[in-house]
Each structure stands twice: as C-alpha cells, then as structure tokens.
Design a protein around this ligand. Structure first.
Ligand code: TXA
Ligand code: MG
Length: 333
C-alpha cells in the first residue's frame, strides 16, 4: 500500500506524481482511499461493478448497501440524478460540502447497480476537498466511496487510521492530513413530496430547514431507509463498550469528556480525552472518531461519554455515539 501526501490547498494537481499514480489505480479499477472534508473515503470507479465489489470485499460489509457517488460539480451530478428545484437549491447552497442528496437516478447514468444497490435512486455528493474533486473530474466518472474503515468500525479521519484498518487491502491512500469536519455528510432524500433527513451529519439540520423554509421529514418506512451500515443500530463500534450521558466515571472506565467540567471519578479514569474543553460542537465533531480510537486503545472495558447537547452538529455526534453504544449483536441486518 502506498501513501501519497498531497497538499490540500491547490486546485490543480496535474503535475503531482502521487495524484497521477492514484488516478492510474482508480482507472484500472483498484481501490484508493481519498480525503474528504468529513472522513476518508474508500474510493473506486462507480461505473465498474468489479471495482465496487472490491469496496465491499475490503470493508467486509455484510450486505450490498447503496454507496455515495462523489462528483466534481452539480453539473456532473445532473448526469446521474434528477434534480428538482429543491434538490438544486440544496446543492447550490451546500456543495461542495458535507451534504449527500438522494435523488431519482437517470436511466442513462453509467453508475453500476452494485453502487446503487439496484435502487431507482442515487446518492450524490460534491466533496469540499479539492484533490478528490480533481480525481473524479480527471477520471471522468463518479467515485463510489463509503467511509474508509472496516464495516461496523470507527470511521477514519486520518490516513494513519485508514492504513491501520484497511492496510494491504487497498492500492494506496491520498494523505491530506486530518479531515476538518470529522463526521460523515448529512443525507437528505429528495424523492417524494417531502425532503427526508436520512442521516444527520456535517451540515446541521437547522441550516437545511432554514434554507428550505420547512422541517425535514423523518424516514417513514424501509423504502425510505434501506438497511445500510451508516443506519444500522450498531455501527462506529470501538472494542470497548460505550456508556452514554455519563454523570460519573466508574472503575475501569475511560472518559470521553465534553466541556470544561469533568464529572466525579474522572481522576481515576484509565484515560481521558476531551471532545472540546470549550464546549464547541464543531471542534467536538472533528475530534470524535480520533478520540474514540485513542480511548479504545487504552484497553478500558467501557468508555463513559459525557452528555452532548443535541443542537447543531450535536445531532450527528449523538447519532454516532448512540450507534457506538448499541448492542453489537444487531450488527448483521
Ligand atoms: O461523509 C460521507 O458521507 C462519507 C464520505 C466518504 O463521503 N461517506 C459515507 O459513506 O459515509 P457510507 O457508505 O459510510 O454511508 C453511505 C450512506 C449509507 O447509509 C446509505 O444507505 C446511504 O448513504 N445511501 C447511499 N445511496 C442511497 C440511496 N440511493 N438511498 C438511500 N440511502 C442511500
Ligand atoms: Mg461508514
């Protein structure tokens, strides 16, 4: 496995040998981990069923679930999905950025059925990380990319975490350093009459509802909400157990703190990490997966997590923590 360090700031990468090599691998149907602003993605050519099958094999995903296809622009997205006025409004406001739109798929789209799990819809997103947009533009095809971690495990926000989890199963990793947002994209389905929030994520619900002037609906039924790793009860799971809304730290526990004041028992914790000592939810989202990995490595049997407010990015953080705390036997749908 190769690691290609690439400066995230430029917008052109033609002269970069790492970029060229990563592109060659993707064009050949190989797997490359790519940075996005949310988490690292395990990318493959979305139009190649062989390449996409490789993603499921590397992740050991229990089932074939729909993947997000990453494109470089709304214009590129419109080749694959149908954008009504609402979808276009959201794309124009939040792309590039941590929002995935599930829209009706165009029959002319070359995205393979394995990437969409045979659904009549397609999940599309334009990532904020320039190198990943440049890769899909240069490839001339969308990149299917779930989070670059083994199925059910903590999402990777650094190239080191990707390497530790997927190592020799992939051709290489484009390393742009830690991902700035830290939780996955918000997923909104624009399919029926009402926009549906399928997954809270890096764009707070309130920002979307304010733009649309209406509340986002909750998923109603199985058709709205296909069984998928990001939506399974148990997901993002460390080896340690997870105890939510902890008001104290018990013997043998590690502490995932939030805010300036630590609870009783914190002095005796096996390890302590603070999502944000200032109580800032944006900082907490960015730190979430990395600190969960660090506390898990402490060997504690349980990670006690202090209460996290539910506003703004807190909804996505609480969603990921609830899945990390869920019973592990629910892992296989
Ligand atoms: O931030 C992110 O979204 C990251 C980065 C790499 O882009 N990707 C990510 O992918 O989190 P993944 O595969 O872990 O989660 C994709 C989610 C799944 O829960 C899946 O059900 C949903 O997107 N999804 C994709 N296409 C869909 C569709 N057509 N209908 C409903 N849900 C869909
Ligand atoms: Mg994931």
């Amino acid at each position: 496995m190769k690691i290609w360090p690439i400066d995230p700031l430029p917008t052109r990468f033609d002269g970069d040998p790492g970029f060229a090599e990563a592109l060659q691998y993707l064009a050949a149907g190989d797997l490359v981990a790519v940075p996005t602003e949310t988490v690292y993605g395990l990318a493959a050519d979305a139009t190649s069923a062989d390449a996409v099958a490789g993603i499921f094999a590397a992740k050991e995903r229990p089932t074939f679930n729909p993947l997000i296809s990453h494109v470089e622009s709304l214009e590129a997205g419109e080749r694959h999905g149908v954008f009504d006025a609402t979808a276009r409004k959201l794309a124009e406001a939040f792309w590039p950025g941590p929002l995935t739109l599930v829209v009706e798929r165009r029959s002319s789209s070359p995205i393979c059925d394995l990437a969409t799990a045979g659904l009549s819809t397609v999940g599309l997103r334009v990532p904020a990380t320039a190198v990943t947009r440049a890769l899909t533009a240069a490839l001339g095809r969308p990149l299917a990319a779930p989070s670059a971690n083994r199925s059910g495990r903590i999402s990777a926000t650094t190239a080191e975490a990707v390497a530790a989890d997927l190592g020799e199963r992939i051709a290489g990793i484009i390393d742009c350093g830690p991902t700035p947002v830290g939780v996955e994209s918000t997923i909104v389905a624009i399919v029926g009459p009402d926009p549906v929030l399928l997954r809270p994520g890096g764009i707070p619900r309130g920002a979307i509802e304010e733009l649309l002037g209406r509340p986002l609906a909750a998923p109603k039924d199985a058709a709205d909400r296909p069984s998928a790793p990001g939506m399974l009860a148990s997901h993002y799971a460390p080896d340690a157990g997870v105890r939510l809304d902890a008001e104290d730290v018990r013997p043998g526990e590690a502490l995932l703190a939030f805010g300036p004041d630590l609870p009783p028992g914190a002095d005796a914790a096996l390890a302590v990490a603070n999502l944000s000592a200032a109580g800032d939810l944006t900082e907490a989202a960015k730190n979430l997966f990395g600190l969960m990995r660090r506390l898990d490595a402490s060997g504690a049997a349980t990670i006690a997590v202090m209460p996290i407010p539910a506003d703004g990015l807190g909804e996505a953080i609480r969603d990921r923590l609830a899945r990390a705390a869920a019973p592990r036997n629910m892992h296989h749908p």
